[in-house]
Design a protein around this ligand. Structure first.
Ligand SMILES: C[S@@+](CC[C@H](N)C(=O)[O-])C[C@H]1O[C@@H](n2cnc3c(N)ncnc32)[C@H](O)[C@@H]1O
Length: 407
């Protein structure tokens, strides 16, 4: 009998495809037809509706699923929702093969372990240490609304339908606060024309979908690391206030508020008013109580005046868009707005020849370290595991730089 097996890949390189194919042969019964879903948006799913790695899969459309060991399997709500989406696609009782670490390694890196998988999915787990893999029999359990991924899985199709209206949108429309109760400022401000890069994204449905997928995918590792920092730096603090500058629609900040109840309020800043439209959608999904913890400020971050003090202020992939002298002033203001013991978090791709887009804007490690060292000792956190890394190991890799204000 031929069974249909879904292979879930990180980048869809030929080596990755081969490794995952070997796991499928070994652990999934039957002579298999395979279909590939990849984070980069490539999918050879043959249904009528294009389906991406993170969108809702038709119920019981697969007999088995194999998740690539290259995916960073963070033990977070996001990871849990991803696996639940898979499990409803794989008929009940069928098999899902996932990466799995032994307990001590997994705990150290924040990755899936047999005990985490058992608790998160309430299913039986067979751990195969020789392959760092586990086999789950597909559970079919409705989940709580506890990750931005849940919104995306359920409502991405509404976003695709929005493309035409985004394309033809009059960017001179004035923002009316009543339409966006979470909007902090910008009454009477125009939505403002997005930059040319964003307009390119809107040109094709496929580029729009890939971009949305890319943004959501980014939340996976960013929120894992930020959650790790909340635990590490604020073990005993009860109410946390978080600001994310140049945050896009605020997916990351929303994820933090969904995952850690201590996050009492998030402020999301971005210069592009179009983000209001996306934020409005996910806030409606998560309901009023959640929306009351979220506010958005549409203005250039260099003009932002903080209305209160924060425990965490993040700049994730956004500082590079400021002229360097403005970046310094913007960081100074953020530092002044941090509570004692608060943390400034900066994440930037380091300038490397392999980058073509934004190469001229990117920071070198020296520039970034100089911009932050004046505030105090810089700590470095990996982008691929929930752990701190030594400065000498950070090198030119893309890491989170964190400076904590004295208590
Ligand atoms: C690469 S995206 C990163 C978005 C988000 N931080 C993330 O990690 O997915 C850069 C964001 O910075 C915003 N941005 C660029 N210049 C800005 C400025 N001067 N003030 C505020 N936001 C800005 C853009 O609109 C965009 O949403």
């Amino acid at each position: 009998m031929r069974a249909r097996t879904g292979l879930f890949l990180q980048n869809h390189s030929s080596e990755e495809r081969e490794t995952v194919g070997i796991l499928a042969k070994k652990y999934c019964e039957g002579d298999q037809d395979v279909c590939v879903f990849s984070k980069t948006g490539i999918s050879d799913w043959g249904g009528e509706e294009p389906i991406s790695f993170f969108t809702r899969l038709p119920t019981a459309c697969l007999n088995n699923a194999v998740v690539s060991p290259r995916i960073r399997p963070f033990s977070t709500n996001f990871g849990q929702v991803f696996l639940c989406n898979l499990s409803q696609a794989v008929g009940e009782g069928n098999r899902i093969v996932v990466p799995c670490q032994n307990e001590s390694n997994g705990r150290k890196k924040g990755y899936w372990t047999a005990s985490w998988l058992t608790n998160a999915l309430e299913t039986s787990v067979q751990y195969h240490p020789e392959e760092a893999a586990a086999i789950l029999s597909a559970p079919a359990k409705p989940r709580r609304r506890n990750s931005i991924l849940q919104w995306y899985v359920q409502e991405a199709h509404l976003l695709w339908g929005q493309l035409q209206s985004l394309k033809t949108m009059d960017f001179n429309t004035r923002v009316v606060k009543g339409e966006y109760p979470f909007l902090r400022n910008a009454v009477n401000r125009v939505v403002s024309k997005p930059n040319s890069r964003f307009l390119e994204i809107l040109e094709e449905e496929s580029t729009y979908r890939n971009w949305m997928n890319y943004c959501i995918d980014g939340v996976y590792y960013k929120s894992a690391l930020l959650q790790h920092m909340l635990e590490r730096f604020f073990q005993t603090r009860q109410d946390l206030f978080v600001a994310d500058m140049g945050a896009g629609p605020g997916y990351l900040a929303a994820e933090l508020a969904l995952c850690d109840e201590r996050v009492r309020e998030v402020l999301v800043n971005d210069s592009n008013g179009i983000n209001l439209l996306f934020a409005k959608r996910f806030l409606a999904f998560f309901g009023e109580d959640f929306a009351s913890r979220f506010s958005m400020n549409i203005s250039p971050m260099e003009e932002c005046r903080y209305e209160r003090m924060y425990d965490v202020i993040c700049f994730i992939g956004s500082l590079l868009y400021l002229p360097r002298d403005m970046a310094g002033i913007t960081l100074d203001r953020a530092w002044d707005a941090l509570l004692p013991g608060g943390i400034l978090v900066v994440h930037e791709n380091i300038k490397r020849d392999s980058y073509s887009r934004d190469y001229h804007l990117m920071f070198t490690t020296g520039e970034l370290d100089d911009a932050l060292a004046r505030f105090g000792r810089i700590l470095y956190f990996s982008s691929t595991a929930m752990m701190e890394v030594a400065p000498s190991r950070a090198g030119t890799s893309t890491v989170f730089r964190v400076v904590q204000k004295e208590t």
